[in-house]
Ligand binder design. Sequence first.
Ligand code: UDP
Ligand code: MG
Length: 328
Amino acid sequence: MKRISVIMPAYNEESNIPILRERLTALFDSTREYEFELVVVDDHSTDVSFDLLKAWAEVEPRVRVLRLSRNCGSHAALHAGLASCEGDAAVFLAADLQDPPELVLEMARRWREGSDVVWAVRTAREGEKISVKLFARAYYSTLRRLALAEMPAQGTDFLLMDRKVIDAYLRIPEKNTSLMCMVLWMGFRQSFLPYVKQARASGTSKWTLGKKIKLFVDSIVSFSFTPIRAMSLLGVLFAVGGSAFAAWVVVARLAGWVTPGTGYAALMTALLVGFGLVMLMLGVIGEYLWRTFDEARGRPRFIVEERYPPCDASARDPGRPTEGTPQQ
Ligand code: UDP
Ligand code: MG
């Protein structure tokens, strides 16, 4: 029997846990075709999520819980889940039930038919604010244009991946990146399945604007050199424009015309625009440089504070990394 690990990041999701228990138990009991395990990664919740999850794991042997030592974001939490799961395939599921658990069976069918990665691509997003939808649209279309053309236009973060993809992913040391972009980039046999992303069962989104901006810059910097290329182009454009202007000043002076652009306003405009652009370019270089430095430091992407049931995952498989550091 094939084993599927459901990996679920959870951050302050106490209000969703009772309904999660119902829906997932129903899914796990609905088929004899697969054996399920649920790995919930508590991303350092400040509510009673971890206690509720432990209580669930106490009575349900298919459930395991990890708690991270600090709030690392859902991509790091998913990474932690991947590093400790044992299935032949893993599927990501959000704790707010926006992604219907029942779709996992359809994704598993595609996997059995030969896909290594099955993406559930949202055709619509129910119950989302217009600002969230606009941000998502801007994020995915910029990403497609600048970095990853294979990213579905509507966006996706609900996927199933085969064991060989999980192991290949765990060997990649990069941490300032998007897990979804990395899996798309990795290749293998990928297939796409449409679905409707539902409204949150309860509570509010845990993705703050700051986290979204960090993910956006990570995704671009990690997969594209277009910003660096754009800086060079802009530099060339300014140099050519400046030289043409200087040549015109010389010709105008020799011809005895009124010398153009010597006024204070013109000077200040050129100065401020020029400085602004230089600073922007330094900022772009800084984004790349900071990430290089951060990767070089080699700090783990996450640290596991507690496991429930308390067991050492590396004892089951010593070759598998249990922290956010890559396998050597
Ligand atoms: N999440 C997490 N850490 C965070 C933010 C979110 O583990 O710092 C989890 C969250 O509990 C949920 C999933 O990631 O299970 C998706 O987050 P959310 O529903 O808040 O994001 P949205 O659906 O608005 O993109
Ligand atoms: Mg959500």
